[in-house]
Structure formats: structure tokens, C-alpha cells
Design a protein around this ligand. Sequence first.
Ligand code: DAH
Length: 363
Amino acid sequence: MSSTRPEAGGAAPVSVEEARGLLDAELAAAAGRGGLLPGDVHELKVRWLGKKQGVVTTLLARLKEVPKEEKAAFGAGVNALKQEVEARLDVLEAEASARAAALAEAAKAVDVTLPPRVPPVGRLHPLTVVRRRIEHVFRGLGYEVADGPEIETDWYNFESLNFAPDHPARDSVDTFFIEGGGTGRDALLLRTHTSPVQMRTMEGRRPPIRVLCPGRVYRKDDIDPRHSPVFHQMEGLVVDEGITFAHLRGTLSAFAKSFFGGRAEVRLAPTFFPFVEPGVDCAVSCVFCETGCRICSYSGWIEIMGAGMVHPNVLANAGIDPERYTGFAFGMGIDRIAMLLHGIPDLRLLFENDVRFLDRTWS
Ligand code: DAH
């Protein structure tokens, strides 16, 4: 018997009527399950019309058992059944493929009610924010921003700036020399300050000059909360006829008020830098307290930069006539100002790239 069994389901129907009853039942059951897909209809097709064990094929195979006089009617009945099965399954198939297409379309649709995926947005590094703020103030005073190399020669970093080869002022800024990089004034080194950009700027153009030179500088310092072998400076240089110390003072005062707030005062105290004469340390009145605090070491003043009148030797080294022109220069630490402004306790935070620190609002 097993060879006559249809591919699935119970005993094979032995008459056309029985088969039609079974077809009605199966299609009704399939409709009851709802949502037929092309795969389901394909299964029904195999079950009913399959060439080997399909219900219709199996029924037709019974033809040889049917008495001779009934053969014609039986054969016609099976044929009619076959056509009916084909027609009904065709209808189901069309519905199933329409349903599948609609489902595919729906899967492509965008669900506008879903919350959007917001890509993480980066922020400017606090040093960049401070650098830009300083630049903003000086651009307003007519300065342009210049750039210079971080690998310098001894000439630009020291000698042209009036540091004699064995001058003790060099010790305070011991630096990294590049092996095989020449000797004497051609020795290559990592610049210890942004002051060499003064020299390069003056060589490249004639007064009037008003430039600001931000950049990275290097010193042979061990890393601790206040020191790093790499840090950042901002240099300023003005050269023209008739520039006096009063211009320097007025400029630093205008910067302090604009950058730290209108109440900020500037205090200048004499000091030595080889490339200026006279040289001054510039302090700004503490903007964090009235009566003294830890930030200003209870002095009321915070030192923020060195400055002075450009030394005549420096002008002459750049080919600018010191009898005709005078100028002033200043240099400040960007890292130090960022730390002051934001109460950053440890310089290393600025270089470690820890996003928990960087992902704050620095303005
Ligand atoms: N170059 C000095 C330093 O690194 C800072 C400085 C002092 C720059 C006085 C100047 C200046 O232009 O006039 O400490």
C-alpha cells in the first residue's frame, strides 16, 4: 500500500469525489491558517500534482484497476479534478506572491517612530579652544597668525635670539638634539620655545610686522603634574617705527581685559630674557579671588607670560635696522592658561586623551 500513499497526509483517496472532498478540506484548512506564502502553495502543489506521488497522479494510476466500462468516466473525472486543482492553486499562488511582495516592501520601509541614531560628536580639545580664544583677541588688534617648524636649528632657536653658544640662559631650556643634524649654529634640535618664529617672520618680510605664533615646544623635562617634555606656547611680535614700551604695556593690558575680563589688571616686573631688553615677567591680577586664593598662591597675581622690547641684536640678525625700527615681543604658555582658566589640576590630563576628561564643555 505504501507506494500508493500521497506525499503527505492520510490514505490516498480512491475516487474523484473523495479526492475533491479532501481538496476542499485541505484548502479550507490552509485558508483558515491564513497568510499563505509561495512556499506553502508550492507544498500543496507537490502534494496534489507531484508527478510521482501527487494525489491526482496516484488517483490516475488507479485507472488500470477500474472496470473497463467505467474507465472513460473515471479518466474524465480525474482530468476535471486536475484542472480544478490547478486553477485553485494558481489563484492561491498569485495571492501568496502578492502577499510576499507586500511583506518585502514593508520590511524596507523606514519606521519614523524609532528614535534616531545620533552619531557621537567630537569636541575641540581644551588647548585648541584656548589657542583660538587668544588668537581671536589678537586678530582683533590686527595681528596675523604665523607658523614655524618644530625642528629648528641652533641658530634660530638660540643664537639669532642673542643666546651666545655658552650662555647660561641655555641651561634653563635644555633640549633634545637630533643625531647627525649638524653642529654649531646648524645643529638640529626640537625648538624650546616659539620665539624662533619671530626670527623667521622678520627675515621673510619688512615692518610693519604684527604676528602671533602658536605651536608645540619641547624641553628635556620629566613628566609631573606641572611639567611635560611637550607643551604649547603662543608668541607675539610687533616691529615698526616708533614702537615703545608703552605699546607693549597697552597691548598686554588690552589682552588681559579681553581674555580674563574687564577687571583684569597687568603687572610687569623686570626680568632677563636674552632676546629682549628690557625684559619683563607679566602677571595678571587674579580673576578668581578678591583676597587671595590657592590659584594665585595668595599673592593676588598670576604670572602668565614673558615679554620685552626686542633686543637690537635680534633685529640686526634678521636684517632689520635697529636704529630705525623697534619692537616688542611676548610669549605665553597655552597649557598653563588652559589649566588656570578651567582649574585643571594636572598638566598630564591635557595629553592623555582620556575622553572622560576631554568630553566636557571647554569655552
Ligand atoms: N621664549 C620665552 C620662554 O620660552 C618666553 C618669552 C619671553 C617670549 C619673553 C618672548 C619674550 O617673546 O619677549 O620662556
